[in-house]
Design a protein around this ligand. Structure first.
Ligand code: NAD
Length: 478
């Protein structure tokens, strides 16, 4: 058994449980397609033990002071920074992104945990004025046991985004990260364990996603659902959660429109947009995806975008010159290939890319730029979640806003214009949970991250992320 595989396990009641006597799944290295380990799957008995441990862990953790909870979070963030090199390499091996990107993700994750440590110490209520001799209090208390499920695209950040707000709020949690990126999630869990988190407060399980979510969401012990993943799976989980009227946070997919107006600084905009589009091989829920460009600069924009894209270096995430790694699993290049072929058959023009990796190994897809994609093509309607950019043109501000709001997705939107009056209008009228103007950064520890419409509800990060784990009670005294 290799070193990576020997660390794969379930974490239940403060114990690490290996594959003995359990079914297993096999994570793969996406740059080569090779199996790299053996991951145990939780049985129904394991899940029942996780529920019981979490119930006991909650009783202990909710009575731990905010300062003590904050200390554990701060220590976990410090351990994460100390272990950065090792954890980033695990993320690259199992998910494919370049090591430098994995390190950037780790830095953001540590800052996010530190931010939540501060929030643990700032969970205040309110005192409402009443006639002399009486008063009303508004109290915020931890909701209870959280069942959380997250995807493979940010193997370090996603698990921490579930753990940090739950633990800051005083909740216990059962987390099911992606089976495909278990090693990174386990490394995060070990940081919390080594930071002194009491054993039963957080459990980590892997296995058959549908079996695990059905079992955990059917239990009266679970009081909150938190999910990061696709819209169809999110809708399915919301239906399961309805049976116990369970509070939910849904961080679902997107189809990010980018509105580029004639008055922007074109070269600067292109220099920013191209690397950002192909970051993480486009497997980002807030990825800029539909590029709508005003007619006066359309030709120049499309040419400049394609030139910069074809110069990107694609390869293993372990090679220092690599700018884009493989996709995370075999399903992704297959899905992208089918969408690009569909667009081609409907008349789209491929400016660059449009094929899988050259040497036939691993899960690569070339960075791809398309123009003339009809609005009926799947790419213009379904989330691609891959290294594909579609460029189209618009005439007026009204057209641009209508196109940005055309789809049921409403997560992230990007605008490039120097006109202040127009910036305000875009901020008011674009339907998206997060809007960036003349820059691309949308994920900050202190600002709420989340979508509208089919992209979900209930923010993560910022004070709102912790509030989503608290129930509100009023208490009237005389
Ligand atoms: P998927 O929907 O099958 O899986 C996404 C994640 O959800 C996986 O980690 C999986 O373990 C989990 N999952 C799946 N079914 C589940 C269930 N019944 N209960 C609990 N968890 C479950 O899709 P995929 O092929 O892995 O990824 C592609 C799609 O996922 C894309 O279309 C994209 O929209 C979406 N995605 C979104 C995000 C995001 O950040 N919003 C991240 C990754 C993937």
């Amino acid at each position: 058994m290799n070193d990576y595989s020997s660390k794969l396990g379930l974490y239940i009641g403060g114990e690490w449980l290996g594959p003995e006597g359990r079914d297993t799944t096999q994570p793969r290295n996406p740059a080569t397609g090779e199996v790299i380990g053996e991951l145990p799957s939780a049985s129904l008995d394991d899940l029942d033990r996780a529920l019981q441990a979490a119930e006991e862990g909650f009783a202990q953790w909710r009575d731990t002071s905010g300062t003590e909870r904050a200390n554990v979070l701060r220590k976990a963030a410090a351990l994460l920074r100390e272990r950065a090199d090792d954890i980033a390499r695990i993320a690259t091996m199992e998910q494919g992104k370049p090591v430098a990107e994995a390190k950037g993700e780790l830095g953001l994750t540590a800052s996010l945990i530190e931010f939540h440590a501060g929030e643990a110490e700032r969970i205040y209520g309110r005192v409402l004025p009443r006639p002399t001799g009486s008063r009303s209090l508004v109290l915020h208390q931890p909701i209870g046991v959280v069942a959380a499920f997250c995807a493979w695209n940010f193997p370090i950040l996603n698990p921490a985004r579930k753990l940090a707000p739950a633990l800051a709020a005083g909740c216990a949690i059962i987390l099911k990260p992606s089976e495909e990126t278990a090693g990174s999630a386990i490394a995060i869990m070990r940081c919390f364990e080594d930071a002194g988190l009491p054993g039963k407060v957080a459990q980590m399980v892997f296995g058959v996603p549908d079996t695990i979510s059905r079992h955990l969401l059917a239990s009266p012990v679970t009081r909150k659902l938190s999910f990061t993943g696709s819209v169809p799976v999110g809708k399915h989980l919301m239906k399961l959660a309805a049976d116990t009227v369970m509070r939910s946070t849904m961080e679902l997919g997107g189809h990010g429109p980018v509105l580029v107006f004639d008055d922007c600084d074109l070269d600067k905009t292109l220099d920013m947009l191209v690397p950002h589009k192909f970051r993480n091989a486009g497997q980002v829920c807030i990825s800029p995806t539909r590029f709508h460009v005003q007619e006066g600069i359309y030709e120049k924009f499309a040419r400049g975008f394609a030139e910069r894209t074809s110069a990107l270096r694609v390869g293993s995430g372990f090679e220092s010159e690599t700018q884009m790694g493989p996709m995370a699993n075999a399903r992704r290049p297959e899905a992208i290939d089918a969408m690009v072929e569909n667009a081609r058959s409907e008349g789209a023009t491929v400016l660059t890319g449009g094929t899988r990796g050259a040497n036939g190994r691993g899960f690569f897809y070339q960075p791809t730029v398309l123009t003339d994609v009809p609005m009926t093509a799947r790419l213009m309607n379904d989330e691609p979640f891959g290294p594909v950019a579609m460029i189209s043109r618009f005439a007026s501000d009204d057209d641009a806003i209508a196109e940005a709001n055309r789809l049921p997705y409403a997560l992230a939107a990007y605008c490039f214009t120097e006109n202040g009056r127009r910036q305000n209008r875009l901020g008011d009228e674009i339907e998206a949970g997060m809007i960036a103007v003349n820059q691309l950064a949308l994920s900050w520890p202190d600002s709420p991250f989340g979508g509208m419409k089919d992209s979900g509800f209930g923010s993560e990060d910022g004070p709102e992320g912790v509030m989503a784990h608290l129930v509100t009670k009023t208490f009237h005294m005389k």
